[in-house]
Ligand binder design. Structure first.
Ligand SMILES: *[C@@H]1O[C@H](CO)[C@@H](O)[C@H](O)[C@H]1NC(C)=O
Ligand SMILES: *[C@@H]1O[C@H](CO)[C@@H](O)[C@H](O)[C@H]1NC(C)=O
Ligand SMILES: *[C@@H]1O[C@H](CO)[C@@H](O)[C@H](O)[C@H]1NC(C)=O
Ligand SMILES: *[C@@H]1O[C@H](CO)[C@@H](O)[C@H](O)[C@H]1NC(C)=O
Ligand SMILES: *[C@@H]1O[C@H](CO)[C@@H](O)[C@H](O)[C@H]1NC(C)=O
Ligand SMILES: [Cu+2]
Length: 571
């Protein structure tokens, strides 16, 4: 009797043990130590801020619907925050991360245990610092596999590999940022574009460290592509190979096959690459798409290699035997960018979110680059001796010094104001070739949009030609949205919606608003909290192209904010 009881208990323990082992093959807890580390690029060595000494930082791997914890310890000299880009964090804005929006920064020596709640996301996302310009080196991939025992809605790849684009400055990136704040001018452009941390062999001193993907002929590869660059929308392609996009921003898309992709900062794309060419050595390459007239950008090309292993004796490349570069559209080829971007369609039956058909909250907002006058007695480096600014609906967002989420939750007055305008305060021909300079100066303010729980929201972003028309990748925290329409020119309230795609729009968290054009998004405000909306070009974010959505609590207990964690960083 006793024996068999003991056996049962033993079996039970064994069974539990193996269950735990199998079901938690993914880690539930991550330790992120923010610390300085020395890195050599472009022939010189400098100290950069990293997580766990890695650049790009560590990868978080989860299954759909998991919850994980990240123990963040700031051992650096700067205030920092970390954001889980594209993770909706239902009812939990507390650990979303944007500095002075949902939390005060983690100060040097400080710690914060951040809970990351995954729900409907599946595919690739990423995490990054969300304070000043620290995200230049503090970022990494998030891979969300299908639920356990489920498959991809596409052929099982033989291998998966993150491809992370970044930018490298020879100087300390915080100096670059601070200099631009002090002078009011354009921040210096980066010295290189990087692929998985490496600029590639078109740059000096980079040949041996170029990122290499070893492939076997006949195999299928899933590239989990992330644009973590600070200020560059990028074209990317691979010599002699086609790219089949099957996902974007952690939602599946209808497969589209193209020679190149175009991806903005903040976006991710899951791309299948079939190694079906002659065994050889091929270039991958990434280069800027930059549409703004006289807007400075990093005009160079990052490369990496695809190397076939089978039946192929690899000879290290010499300058004379470099394989040809793949086709990439011109830096100013807006058509190439938009033909690609607008070809992406959602897979409606693969995602739980329906396209809202009846809209209760309509918002139309301009997105503009502006200037503020230079203060008396100073000399400023912005256009015509002014200071660069940026705005939405003519309000240049002023970041408060206490976070909006805690101010909202604890009813602290004077931190933000309601009443972000739902319509441009002054309607003009937004895209006219020349516009009166009197329109250039915005107002400063910390105005937020407040919506009821369950509201169906449409936001139309209208680009303007103030100073210079250019593309803006607009990102929303806490939600994915359907991109129901894009167009060039002025949005027409009556005509433009007639061409909306309500059947299979892509479900994204970052949308590229075309130069001198518009984009329309829809989402259901079913996530109570405080959620940042901003341009993901770091320059424009620093200049004020952002606002905040406050989604109020609903009636049911499942529609209310979760309580704050006990270790919120203090101000
Ligand atoms: C920015 O570029 C200018 C001109 O090349 C240079 O003089 C300045 O030192 C740079 N600033 C930083 C912070 O790198
Ligand atoms: C970019 O670089 C290429 C090659 O060096 C050069 O021909 C081109 O004029 C540059 N374009 C801009 C806009 O700076
Ligand atoms: C792109 O730039 C080239 C010169 O660099 C110019 O000849 C061409 O007209 C430009 N194209 C567009 C669409 O602006
Ligand atoms: C923005 O507001 C300022 C200050 O009221 C005004 O001078 C300017 O013309 C406005 N610009 C636009 C585009 O509405
Ligand atoms: C760091 O954050 C604290 C708390 O918000 C703030 O008082 C301090 O000024 C910040 N330090 C810097 C250098 O921004
Ligand atoms: Cu922008």
């Amino acid at each position: 009797m006793k024996m068999s009881f003991g056996k049962e208990v033993f079996l039970l323990i064994l069974c539990c043990f193996s269950l735990i082992c199998f079901s938690s093959s993914m880690r539930r807890h991550y330790k992120f130590v923010v610390e300085e580390a020395l890195y050599t690029r472009l022939c010189s060595t400098k100290s950069i801020l990293t997580v766990n000494g890695e650049f790009p930082g560590p990868t978080i791997r989860v299954h759909k619907g998991d919850t994980v914890y990240v123990n963040v310890h700031n051992k650096g000299k700067h205030n920092i925050t970390l954001h889980w880009h594209g993770v909706k964090q239902p009812r939990n804005p507390w650990t979303d991360g944007p500095q002075y929006i949902t939390q005060c920064p983690i100060q040097p020596g400080g710690k914060f245990r951040q809970k990351i709640i995954f729900s409907s996301e599946e595919g690739t996302l990423w995490w990054h610092a969300h304070s000043d310009w620290i995200r230049a080196t503090v970022h990494g991939a998030i891979i969300i596999y299908p639920r356990r025992h489920s498959n991809y809605p596409f052929p099982q790849p033989d291998a998966e590999v993150p491809i992370i684009f970044g930018e490298w400055w020879k100087n300390d990136v915080n100096k670059v940022y601070r200099e631009s704040v002090e002078t009011g001018g354009d921040p210096n452009v980066s010295d290189a574009i990087t692929i998985n941390g490496q600029p590639g062999d078109l740059y000096p001193c980079s040949k041996s460290e170029t990122f290499k993907l070893n492939v076997d002929q006949g195999n299928l590869y899933l590239l989990r592509i992330i644009n973590a660059a600070m200020n560059l929308i990028l074209f990317f392609s691979v010599s002699k190979h086609k790219l089949t996009v099957i996902g974007a921003d952690a939602a599946y898309t209808k497969p589209i096959t193209n020679d190149y992709i175009c991806i903005s900062p903040g976006q991710t794309m899951d791309v299948l690459l079939y190694a079906n060419q002659e065994p050889n050595d091929y270039y991958m390459a990434a280069r800027a798409y930059s549409s703004g007239f006289r807007v400075p950008f990093t005009n160079s090309t990052a490369t990496a290699r695809i190397q076939y292993s089978e039946n192929y004796y690899y000879t290290p490349p010499s300058t004379s035997s470099c394989p040809p570069l793949p086709y990439l559209p011109n830096y100013n080829d807006t058509r190439a960018a938009f033909n690609f971007i607008t070809s992406i369609r959602g897979l409606p039956h693969e995602n739980a979110h329906e396209v809202p058909k009846i809209i209760t909250t309509h918002i139309v907002t301009t997105v503009s680059v502006n200037t503020f006058p230079c203060p008396r007695g100073k000399s400023c480096m912005g256009p015509n001796g002014n200071i660069f600014a940026a705005s939405m609906n003519n309000i240049s967002f002023k970041t408060p010094s206490y976070d909006i989420l805690e101010a909202y939750y604890y009813h602290i007055h004077g931190v933000f104001r309601k009443g972000f305008p739902k319509f441009p305060p002054f309607v003009f021909n937004f895209i006219a070739d020349s516009l009166p300079v009197t329109l250039n100066t915005p107002k400063r303010g910390t105005k937020v949009v407040v919506v009821k729980y369950g509201a169906t929201v449409e936001v139309v972003f209208q680009g303007t030609n103030l100073l210079s028309g250019l593309d803006h990748p607009m990102h929303l925290h806490g939600f994915s949205f359907h991109v129901v329409g894009y167009g060039f020119g002025n949005f027409n309230k009556r005509k433009s919606p007639m061409y909306y795609n309500l059947i299979d729009p892509p479900l994204l968290n970052t949308v590229i608003v075309p130069k001198n054009g518009w984009a329309a998004i829809r989402f259901v405000a079913d996530n109570p909290g405080v959620w940042f909306m901003h341009c993901h070009l770091e320059r424009h974010l620093s200049w004020g192209m952002e606002t905040v959505f406050i989604v109020k609590n609903g009636k049911s207990s499942h529609a209310k904010l979760l309580p704050p964690p006990p270790d919120m960083p203090p101000c």
